[in-house]
Design a protein around this ligand. Sequence first.
Ligand code: ADP
Ligand code: MG
Length: 312
Amino acid sequence: MAAIIEIDNLSKQYDGGTKALDGVSLSIDEGEIIALLGPNGAGKTTLISVICGLVTPTGGTVRVGGHDIRKDWRAARRLIGLVPQEIALEPFEKVMNCVRFTRGLYGMPRDDAYIERILKALALWDKRDAATRELSGGMKRRVLIAKALAHQPKVLFLDEPTAGVDVALRREMWQVVGELRREGVTIILTTHYLEEAEEMADRVGVINKGNLLLVRPTAELMGEFGAKTLTIELDDPLPAVPEALADRGLSLSDDGHCLHYEYDAKADRTGIARLLGDLSAQGVSVRDVSTRQSNLEEVFLSLVDGTKESAA
Ligand SMILES: Nc1ncnc2c1ncn2[C@@H]1O[C@H](COP(=O)(O)OP(=O)(O)O)[C@@H](O)[C@H]1O
Ligand SMILES: [Mg+2]
């Protein structure tokens, strides 16, 4: 699959000195949905703004559809639609008109049949003659998407499309994204909801302090971090993990009362039966066992914490 966006060693230092992007490289395939996950201030909006030509990078390059966003910005910009983080609409403008107008801004010929199609896809057709100020928050967001799609871009950026949005509306948004995917639009969305990334994205990129910490297929990430921990509560505390079990990847709690064993729940052999047998053979008496699955949230936090430590 051909890359539609190629980001190479991109940096952005704002005038105040904040380094919002620190050498980010990423290639995004046509038709892909990628979620950029990161806490507030991670650099997500800056990354999107640079690609969309709203913020000038201090280093590195970006190509969209093969066009350099600085040297060939007009061609690059034509391929891009952006749904900004903040809702900003002309309050008295009618829905249909504001989408039509946006299309005109890109120098595209009027095409009401196309606009009808996107308004219908976004469940806004009934509201086409309503002024935007009359719409609910969810509808306003969908108008922003319609505006971003007005010039038929190949790449759509959604900057925190569901921040501060209730659960029902969030699901609705996911459906809209699903529709767009079927149309073949490449989508880059930012979020700090892990569930959202998991639900929608083909790949997840984790960004923190201007660094892209990892980019991986969502399924792979979920599989890998779907590791479970078995906690073995002991009748009597141990001073250390028994010598004979040193190679099993066990860890002992500080008070010596619990052994923790991490295993892959999807593997053919988890090694639990053997472990319990061997503990018994070592004369370690077990009071109780319990399991717990780590989730993407923990993975994310551990990654983000990891950079804090390495930066310190
Ligand atoms: N226009 C700006 N001028 C100066 N600093 C900025 C500007 N925009 C963002 N920043 C800073 O850059 C960092 C990244 O911000 P941003 O890209 O908005 O992150 P995110 O979207 O992940 O929350 C933050 O420290 C933020 O304060
Ligand atoms: Mg942001």
